[in-house]
Design a protein around this ligand. Structure first.
Ligand code: NAD
Length: 364
């Protein structure tokens, strides 16, 4: 029987952490970026937001020494080895990137623009300015997901053939004012993480079936529920099912990823999405069936979670790649662009509708 790998140490940290300059002082920077950098012991050099009071509030809460009046001023003052951490609405990403100097190291929040044309423009800017650029698909660095990747790559689960991601939750959309104005919502801003994760484990699918829907109580939002099937071959099953409108208490809320291989399986719950953003604890259970007649599952407690720990992972990988201690930029802009292609195809599938049925009889 193969020994299971050590599941507790999955994130490579930089040898020489770089200072971080933050652009955007919104909810995600407050809830995840800054707590992550504090936990990692990294230096935040300064912060800028269009709304100076918001930047000032975060600066005093997290002891950030400088609040800048403009991105230009930040760029002038920044040391050579700075990492720009950009967390602004997707629609303004390109204009922000234009102000960042050539050869910079950048981590930008997802999504990479609001549609594939904007993603293309962002990628073009990153290449023209020779950025080392990544998009913050930090779900790949959730401790439970990193552990799942390690277990699967070690081969103990056999051939991976099924990933199911299910979110039956109640999401406080009122926290993101800008989402009420966007023409694409659930798949672009939320299920994009899950589509990206499917790519991380299975590679690029050859096709996609998707339907994204409004919820009767959230008609102001473009959509809040989606069913997505990624098509690979006639064996791999890759399903995403989200409903953010389950306003019936916590009892039957679900937030999980299930992986099945030919020799084992993993089920992990992501507590963050339940009672967001406080969340409930994650769980991680796995089984390998070799020498396991009783079919007993093991559980691992990482004492770490999506917020803020995954945000340490995504930034650590950027810093490691920039210093040369890691050869793969896991969330490289080129990879993120492919996730955007998947999202674009998902909207085309949803807008195009299913196969039409011509009923033969008017009544059953
Ligand atoms: N898990 C995740 O990966 C995750 C979670 C939440 C949000 N996000 C992403 O992070 C981004 C920000 O989300 P949020 O929840 O913080 O939103 P938010 O509305 O709370 O904050 C956005 C901030 O950006 C600022 N801003 C807008 N234009 C700017 C500009 N040109 N220059 C500087 N600042 C500008 C606004 O003033 C605001 O403070 C979004 O793209 C969102 O998709 C990612």
């Amino acid at each position: 029987m193969k020994p299971n790998p050590d599941l507790n140490h999955n994130i490579q940290m930089p040898v020489n952490p770089r200072p971080i300059a933050i652009i955007g002082a919104g909810g995600i920077v407050h809830d995840a970026h800054l707590p992550a950098y504090k936990k990692a012991g990294w230096v935040v050099f300064g912060i800028y937001d269009l709304s100076k009071p918001k930047a000032q509030d975060l600066a005093s809460e997290f002891e950030i020494p400088i609040v800048f009046d403009s991105i230009g001023q930040m760029v002038q003052a920044a040391p050579q080895d700075i990492v720009y951490d950009i967390a602004v609405p997707a629609s303004v990403l390109a204009e922000v990137l234009e102000i960042i100097p050539e050869n910079a190291v950048i981590l930008m929040q997802k999504p990479m623009g609001e549609n594939i044309q904007e993603a293309e423009e962002i990628l073009r800017i990153c290449r023209r300015k020779n950025f080392t650029a990544a998009v913050n698909f930090q779900m790949r660095f959730i401790p439970a997901v990193a552990a799942a990747k390690k277990l699967i790559d070690s081969g103990v689960l056999g051939q991976l053939h099924d990933i199911e991601i299910k979110m039956n939750i109640y999401h406080p959309w009122h926290l993101w004012e800008f989402l009420f104005k966007v023409p694409r919502m659930e798949m672009l801003y939320h299920s994009i993480h899950y589509m990206d994760l499917m790519r991380y484990f299975f590679g690029n699918p050859k096709g996609i079936y998707a339907k994204t829907l409004k919820h009767p109580h959230m008609m102001q939002l473009a959509s809040t529920r989606s069913t997505i099937i990624l098509e690979y071959d006639d064996v791999i099953k890759s399903n995403i099912n989200t409903n953010h409108g389950h306003d019936f208490g916590l009892k039957h809320q679900e937030s999980f990823i299930k992986f099945e291989g030919t020799k084992g399986a993993i089920k992990t719950t992501l507590g963050l999405n339940i009672n967001y953003p406080e969340g409930v604890p994650d769980t991680f259970e796995y089984i390998t069936i070799e020498d396991n007649e009783a079919r007993e599952w093991k559980s691992v407690d990482f004492n770490a979670s999506w917020f803020p720990d995954a945000f340490i992972g995504s930034m650590a990988n950027v810093m490691c790649f920039a210093e040369g201690s890691e050869s793969v930029l896991i969330n490289a802009a080129e990879s993120a662009y492919q996730t955007m292609e998947l999202v674009e195809a998902a909207y085309a599938s949803s807008d195009g509708g299913g196969r039409e049925i011509k009923y033969r009889y008017e009544q059953q």
